[in-house]
Ligand binder design. Structure first.
Ligand SMILES: C[S@@+](CC[C@H](N)C(=O)[O-])C[C@H]1O[C@@H](n2cnc3c(N)ncnc32)[C@H](O)[C@@H]1O
Length: 377
């Protein structure tokens, strides 16, 4: 069975997600605002969930049609063969969103969609009341300029939840964004990497996972594992194949430093939960002590930017120190994510390239300072 699959992405990361999909072997990708669409089978839903590093979640698209009235919405939803898709006991809550569309009441769109699904299921099964105690199919009705997309979430908790960061711990940088920062910087396993402000270790850990080809979804579960469409076998095969692709034994230089000993302790614990403790090295260190004998490496980091006045002042002093300290590494390239609009001025250099991104709801810039290219071997 072929189906349309949507990998959703945070603003600014669509091209990174598309590149990841290309590297996984998918073509004919449709890249749009906040999403990349491609065709595949239920097995590809397992693969995308297991392997995508920068996407937020993977949705199975069931239909797309135009609707300007509730009748059109009802009919469009009812046409989907729900009786073949949802098991009899499935739970099917409906979420919604509406942007620039005549049907602007989201609660109304949700209830019409739910009613159309129930009607369609009733006609197929003869059942009038559904228990909804079984497998979870979280449906989304999304309207954009009167075009309706009906999809179902196959991921569950967002893809950034790899399972190595304990729930409830502060999350200054999402794992998906960290993976994207590494890919935008074109970091590869043979390039030295330092994060001088590693905090809980997200950037070095994601690098270690990329470097060892460790699938980011290998250590977690997905809501679609209980769907009959995939079946246990499909997930088992995808996981076994991912396990067989882990590459160890390479020589890595992936360092994370932070002046806070609690951060270093947490980073080490996270690395060990992720299974990359032998690949990364974390050490307590103040920025000004930063140095390396390695050449042509990459510094990738998100230094603090501060919200309150005195925090902003501290951050600015730090950026000034960064300008002086990082320049000692004269063959290295620097990639710095910050929300501070005056970063380049305080750092003392204009970035080679700048990319607008979002860290959660915060608008940030990814400043890229390219160092010299290494001599050809
Ligand atoms: C925004 S957080 C980085 C979050 C990190 N990417 C993560 O995944 O948790 C900034 C970090 O910089 C550290 N830091 C601040 N000033 C520093 C300095 N002068 N030298 C070293 N680390 C510093 C803080 O302790 C904090 O952990």
């Amino acid at each position: 069975m072929d189906c349309d699959i949507i990998a959703t992405a945070t603003f600014g990361l669509e091209a990174v997600v598309a590149q990841e999909l290309k590297e996984l072997g998918y073509s004919n990708l449709e890249v749009e605002h906040g999403r990349v669409e491609f065709r595949g089978s239920p097995r590809d839903i397992c693969l995308a969930n297991t392997w995508l590093r920068s996407a937020d979640r993977v949705r199975w698209k069931l239909a797309e049609f135009e609707a300007k009235t509730f009748d059109e919405l009802f009919e469009g939803v009812k046409k989907i063969p729900w009786g073949d898709i949802l098991p009899k006991k499935a739970r099917f809550p409906v979420e919604g969103k509406s942007v620039k569309s005549q049907l602007s009441s989201v609660p109304a769109c949700q209830s019409i969609t739910k009613k159309a699904i129930v009607d369609s299921m009733s006609e197929k099964t003869g059942i009038r009341r559904f228990e909804e105690t079984g497998e979870l199919y979280k449906i989304e009705v999304a309207l954009l300029k009167d075009r309706v997309t009906i999809s179902v979430d196959s991921t569950g908790p967002g893809l950034h939840k790899r399972g190595y960061r304990p729930t409830g711990s502060p999350a200054p940088l999402k794992e998906t964004l960290a993976a994207a920062l590494l890919q935008i910087a074109r970091w590869k396993a043979d390039i030295p990497l330092i994060d001088p402000f590693c905090g809980s270790g997200t950037i070095p850990i994601e690098a270690a996972m990329i470097g060892t080809n460790l699938a980011p979804g290998l250590k977690r579960n997905f809501v679609s594992e209980e769907w009959p469409q995939m079946g246990e076998k499909c997930w088992k095969e995808v996981r076994e194949e991912a396990l067989s692709k882990v590459e160890t034994g390479n020589d890595f230089y992936i360092m994370g430093y932070d002046y806070d000993p609690r951060a270093i302790k947490l980073a080490r614990q996270n690395a060990s939960r992720a299974g990359v403790e032998d690949v990364v090295h974390f050490q307590e260190q103040e920025l000004e002590e930063l140095n390396s004998r390695k050449k042509y490496g990459k510094i990738i980091c998100n230094p603090p930017y501060g919200e309150r006045m005195e925090e902003v002042k501290t951050a600015e002093n730090l950026y000034n120190k960064m300008g002086k300290t990082l320049k000692k590494l004269d063959t290295w390239s620097f990639y710095i994510l910050t929300a501070h609009p005056g970063f380049e001025r305080i750092f003392g250099e204009k970035a080679s390239k700048k990319r607008k991104l979002f860290n959660g709801n915060i608008r940030v810039d990814y400043y890229q300072f390219f160092g010299p290219s290494p001599p050809r071997r």
